[in-house]
Design a protein around this ligand. Sequence first.
Ligand code: NAD
Length: 486
Amino acid sequence: MDKHQHPWADCVFVDGRFQPPLDGGRSDIRDKSTDEVFATAGDASAADVDAAAASAVTAQRDWAARGHGERAAVLRRVAAALESATGLVELIMRETGCVAGKAEYEISAAVDELTEAAALASRPVGEVLRTSHPGRSSVCERVPVGLVAVITPWNFPLVLGMRVIAPALALGNAVLLKPSPETPGSGGLAIAELFARAGAPAGILQVLPGGERVGRRLVEHPDVAMVHFTGSTTVGREIARTAGSLLKRTSLELGGNNALLVLDDADVDQAAMIGAWSSFHYQGQTCISAGRHIVDRRVAEAYLRNLTDRAAAITVGDPLRQRTGLGPIINDAQLARARRLLDEAVAGGARVLTGGTNDGRFFRPTVVVDVDPASALWTEEIFAPIAPVAVVDGAEQAVALANDTRYGLVCSVLGADVHRAAAVAERLTCAMVHVNDATPQDEALAPFGGIGDSGLGGRAGGDANLDEFTERRWRTVTGTPVHYPY
Ligand code: NAD
């Protein structure tokens, strides 16, 4: 593949144009399976961030003043451009090391985000308030926040960008997007290409690829009114500190250590299938992967056998060149972390039932039992295809173990008696919970987010986006003369 084939090769996207960064910085984009450099992106400088922010301030005023129908039409055209885009599946596969199904999912989910955001643009917003002042009208209206900095991770670069960009734009904001350095294409520049093709007004979306330096500059930039961050809890904490000291609005979508509870009446075959998908899907590299399987003793033996068989049957390899279930771990640092978590747990007494090995970044799906609940494998987010399983006696123990975490993203409860399973689900401390389905779930209309170490500040999806991307403004209009004492 010619690495200069993309219109965005070596570029940033500022003021509606692909252009080289002002200091000429660039970075390679590697195929995660082969390490081949298959494309290049610009590496934004501080001067690019400043230029993008200046252009976005003007563009945002004009964009917010346009009719909602016009904003919706732009988003629908971007959705159409996305549906007809060529080469995007391959770009996502190579940048993220995923199978075709995951890349196709990202595209269809991003289309959903755009479609729902287009509908959001015309939603009635605001309230007519009662007032004790005769002759006054009093309303609460929703106004755009202004410039939203959107900082995204590498795992689902297209959809995690679009689920923020689309509603933020629909509601009259402008966006400065910084994708992960692992995925500057599908997480940023390819999105800019869609907006350019759809004839979106210049400046409403600016894309600034780069690393921490660009991220920090965005968070600190005086023109940025809001920071929307999706990524690790560690970086989220730093952003919260900086944005807090600057009194900036923040929304943080962070990591998870999600529990899958298998109750004593669960259908073991179904449960193991759901468990395997929850832990191994996209190499376990999602914030909503199951990092803890909590299984009732009555079904534990059968569950472990079934889950182990399923894990052992999954193929691992380069998804672009062979039919495979799983691709590689994203990079060597993440691989080393996964190895350390597993090796330390094994040194502490854990037993690997299947997997536990890796060929370079290709990591075998792993089932592990007897994990010390104080070990990092049990308490931390894993981000690799590893399923630690704990055996408990009864629902009380299951709930207590599931809630014993600082994270609070998602849980699943599996059981044949649906009402009992739903009652168990009610007792779990997390922002999202699913009965009889896998932990990885996301829909454009559902409020996605986390509590505790998993998130702060808001939810993405459906009506939650109105709160997320608008400020409430109280407006009164008085038509009769008023009198004050002096
Ligand atoms: P990361 O926190 O390392 O990086 C995320 C983004 O922040 C990247 O664009 C990175 O360049 C940028 N960044 C890094 N340091 C920064 C700083 N000091 N200031 C500003 N920006 C900075 O995360 P990652 O490794 O790219 O992604 C994996 C993490 O994302 C996992 O922890 C996962 O759980 C989380 N995640 C959360 C959700 C959610 O919706 N809750 C979704 C997907 C991923």
